[in-house]
Design a protein around this ligand. Structure first.
Ligand SMILES: O=C(O)CCC(=O)C(=O)O
Length: 178
């Protein structure tokens, strides 16, 4: 059985910095979770800071991700759009417990992408675990690399213990599975 996720080298370190700077032009948001259609803070489940990069305002950034997703859609999913991405900062103590990105109001999510914006030497902890078998696998940590997986895949972000981990995350949408 092949891996259920894909990794792709999409951005240079300079492009990672540009994406981060672009995101930081907008307001910072806390990191809540969505449960039963209601979104709210759950510090026991997730802690991080997020900034949004809307594809309508920053088409070149978002299209570069979308192009890579289309080229590496090994699942053959029917995909339509990547509306935007979120830049996320995890500082010491920040984490995200095991969850999927699919279900509830999010049944049109097909693929999750996570792009590593930080140099892995800039922080400790913060591993993105992909819980797809008896032993955990981990997303690519090289700067500028994207890991993508079907959005129903169970995954988590371990607590950062030093420094800061920055990532860009997005959800590729498409018609409902049938
Ligand atoms: O930090 C990451 O790379 C992944 C974040 C995540 O799991 C999510 O936003 O669903």
């Amino acid at each position: 059985m092949g891996h259920v996720w894909q990794t792709v080298d999409i951005w240079t370190p300079q492009q990672c910095e540009f994406v981060k700077e672009t995101a930081l032009e907008g307001p910072a948001h806390g990191a809540g979770v969505q449960q039963d259609g209601v979104r709210g803070p759950r510090p026991d489940i997730r802690s991080a800071t997020r900034w949004f990069v809307d594809g309508r305002h920053h088409p070149l950034i978002v299209e570069s991700v979308w192009d890579a997703v289309r080229r590496h859609n090994v699942w053959g999913f029917d995909i339509e759009v990547l509306p935007g991405i979120e830049v996320i900062r995890y500082e010491p103590g920040d984490f995200y417990k095991s969850h999927t990105d699919w279900g509830g109001t999010w049944t049109n999510r097909k693929l999750t992408v996570s792009i590593q914006l930080s140099d892995p030497g800039d922080y400790d902890g913060g591993q993105v675990g992909l819980h797809v078998g008896p032993e955990d696998d981990f997303a690519e940590t090289r700067q500028g690399w994207m890991t993508m997986w079907p959005s129903w895949t169970l995954h988590s972000v371990a607590p950062v213990t030093e420094g800061a981990r920055w990532a860009a995350v997005g959800w590729v949408l498409g018609p409902l599975f049938r």
